[in-house]
Design a protein around this ligand. Structure first.
Ligand code: ZN
Length: 103
């Protein structure tokens, strides 16, 4: 089967796999917009964790792009205000509690 006989989906898949292969060959991150396309120096690579190295082997993402891609949702900034128990509300609650006839 020659390249032009493949379906567009297969061609896109192959191109994306080739992108990863090219990135590995050139010690780069996969090109934008999938990755950042930066060159990864040996020195940089040496500081990566085992997990980052195996992820790079699969996806071609550098460790920085991996952080972006896998950041958990609960690390997003949270601007909901903390519920504060004011002194006043606390005193009021205590008065109610102390006024109750608990026997
Ligand atoms: Zn990158």
């Amino acid at each position: 089967m020659s390249f032009k006989d493949k379906s567009p989906a297969m061609q896109r898949l192959q191109e994306s796999l080739m992108g990863t292969a090219t990135a590995h060959q050139n010690s780069q991150c996969v090109p934008v917009p999938v990755g950042c396309g930066r060159t990864i120096s040996q020195q940089d690579f040496n500081t990566w964790s085992e997990t980052e190295r195996s992820e790079y082997a699969i996806s071609g993402w550098c460790n920085k792009c991996q952080v972006e891609a896998f950041r958990p949702l609960d690390e997003e900034p949270d601007d909901s205000p903390d519920v504060e128990i004011t002194n006043e509300a606390f005193e009021e609650g205590r008065d109610i509690w102390e006024g109750m006839d608990v026997k």
